[in-house]
Design a protein around this ligand. Structure first.
Ligand SMILES: *Cc1c(COP(=O)(O)O)cnc(C)c1O
Length: 392
C-alpha cells in the first residue's frame, strides 16, 4: 500500500475568521430530513428563530433572513433603503469595507469615501465633521463595518451613532456586524442602528448560506420610498410572509434548523458569557503574538477585535508560506492576508465554537510553524497564552 495524504488522523483545525467551527449538535440538527417549508411545523420554527435572533442583535424590530452570503446582506440593506444616485459616507478600514464600497458603487450610489490605513477603525470625529459640513443633508446613509475581519479591528459603533446625533443629521446608519455578532457586544436598538447586516458562518457557528438584516422602523419607512429596482430582497414581501411564519420563497430549511440549535447553544451559555469568552481568547492570542515579538496589524488597543487577530510577519517573510507549512504539517487552516495585505499577514480566527484547549492547540501550531518557516521570532508565545488562560 502506498501512503496516501487523503486521510489525516484527528480533527482539522479551522482557525480562519469564518467560516467558523460548527458544533456537533448543530451539524446533527442539520442532518435531519428536510421538512416542508409550507407545512404546519414551519411557523413555530420561524417564530422561535426570530425571537432568539432578536436577543442576539438586541433589537425589538424586524429581522429578515435570506439564503445568501453576507454580501447579499450588504446588497439588501442598500437596495431597500436608498435610491440610485444617493450619497453615502463610508470608511476604508480594510478589505471588507472596500468590498462593500465597490458593491455600493456598482449599484449606482455615490460614495463619499474616507481613506484609511487598514490599521485603525472608524474615527467618530471624522463622522461628526463630515455630517456637520453636510448642511443640506445630502448624505443619505453612513456605512460602517463593525469588525473589519481583514485586520482584526473593531470600530466603536456607539461613538459613531453619538457623532451622527451630535451633528443632528438624519442619515441612516447601516452597520456590517457580520464577524462581530455573537463575538463582541452589539446593540442594534440602543446604538440606533438602522440596518444591521450579518451572516451565518461567523459568530453564529453555522456553515455559510444565510444572511440577516435587522431593520429599524426608520429603515422600514425609508424602504417605502426607495426607487431601486429589486425583487428577491424585498423587505415588504418578507415581512408579510414572516408574520405568518413563512417565507415568500424556499428558505434555507436545514440551515434554519441548524440556526435554531446554534441560537439555543448561545443562549444556554448566555450572550454576556459568549462575548466574555471571545474577549478572553482574543486576549490570550494577543499575549502570544506579543511574546513571539510579532506585530498586531491593529494599532489601537481600544479597537482590538474579539473575533480575529491579524499578525504581521517581518519584512521579507511570506505569510502564505507559513500558512501552507502549518496546513501541511498540522492540518490547520489560518486566515490569509486579504487585498493589499496578501502575503504580509496571517490571521488567527478565534471566533464561534472555541475553548481554551482549542486555542492552545491553535497557538501551538502557529509557534511550531514559525520555527519551521524560519520566521524570526521569540519562543514563549504559547506559554504566555497558557499562563493567562490558567489564571483568568
Ligand atoms: C465574512 C464577512 C462578510 C461577508 O462575506 P461573504 O463572503 O459574502 O459571506 C462581510 N463583512 C465582513 C466584515 C465579514 O467578515
Amino acid at each position: 500500500m502506498t501512503k496516501s495524504k487523503s486521510f489525516q488522523a484527528g480533527r482539522h483545525f479551522l482557525q480562519i475568521p469564518g467560516p467558523s467551527n460548527v458544533p456537533e449538535s448543530v451539524l446533527l440538527a442539520m442532518a435531519q430530513a428536510t421538512i416542508d417549508h409550507r407545512g404546519p411545523e414551519f411557523p413555530a420554527l420561524t417564530f422561535r428563530i426570530l425571537e432568539k435572533l432578536a436577543a442576539v442583535f438586541n433589537t425589538t424590530s424586524s429581522i429578515f433572513i435570506y439564503p445568501a452570503s453576507g454580501t447579499g446582506g450588504w446588497e439588501s440593506a442598500l437596495l431597500n433603503t436608498l435610491s440610485p444616485g444617493d450619497k453615502v459616507l463610508a470608511f476604508e478600514t480594510g478589505h471588507f469595507s472596500t468590498l462593500w464600497k465597490i458593491l455600493a458603487e456598482k449599484l449606482g450610489l455615490e460614495l463619499l469615501w474616507v481613506p484609511g490605513d487598514w490599521r485603525h477603525g472608524i474615527d467618530a470625529a471624522v463622522v461628526a465633521e463630515r455630517l456637520a459640513a453636510d448642511k443640506d443633508a445630502t448624505i443619505k446613509a453612513v456605512l460602517a463595518v463593525h469588525t473589519e475581519t481583514s485586520t482584526g479591528t473593531t470600530s466603536n459603533i456607539k461613538a459613531i451613532r453619538d457623532a451622527i446625533n451630535a451633528a443632528g443629521h438624519p442619515a441612516l446608519f447601516l452597520v456590517d456586524a457580520v464577524s462581530s455578532l455573537a463575538c463582541s457586544e452589539f446593540r442594534h436598538d440602543d446604538w440606533g442602528v438602522d440596518v444591521s447586516i450579518s451572516a451565518s458562518q461567523k459568530g453564529l457557528m453555522l456553515p455559510p448560506g444565510l444572511c440577516f438584516n435587522a431593520v429599524s422602523a426608520k429603515a422600514l419607512a425609508h424602504a417605502k420610498s426607495s426607487t431601486f429596482q429589486h425583487s428577491y430582497w424585498d423587505w415588504d414581501t418578507m415581512l408579510e410572509h414572516n408574520k405568518r411564519g413563512y417565507f415568500p420563497y424556499t428558505p434555507g430549511t436545514n440551515l434554519l434548523v441548524g440556526l435554531d440549535q446554534a441560537l439555543s447553544l448561545l443562549h444556554a451559555e448566555g450572550m454576556d458569557q459568549v462575548i466574555a469568552r471571545h474577549a478572553r481568547l482574543a486576549q490570550a492570542t494577543r499575549l502570544a503574538v506579543a511574546a513571539w515579538g510579532l506585530e498586531n496589524i491593529c494599532l489601537n488597543p481600544d479597537e482590538y477585535s474579539n473575533s480575529t487577530t491579524a499578525v504581521l510577519v517581518p519584512a521579507g517573510q511570506d505569510a502564505d508560506n507559513l500558512r501552507q507549512i502549518i496546513l501541511e504539517r498540522f492540518n490547520m487552516s489560518l486566515g490569509t492576508g486579504l487585498g493589499k495585505l496578501q502575503g504580509k499577514i496571517f490571521r488567527i480566527g478565534h471566533i464561534g465554537d472555541l475553548n481554551d484547549l482549542m486555542l492552545a492547540g491553535t497557538l501551538s501550531g502557529v509557534e511550531m510553524g514559525l520555527s519551521l518557516a524560519n520566521i524570526p521570532h521569540r519562543k514563549g508565545g504559547v506559554d504566555a497564552a497558557l499562563s493567562y488562560l490558567a489564571s483568568s
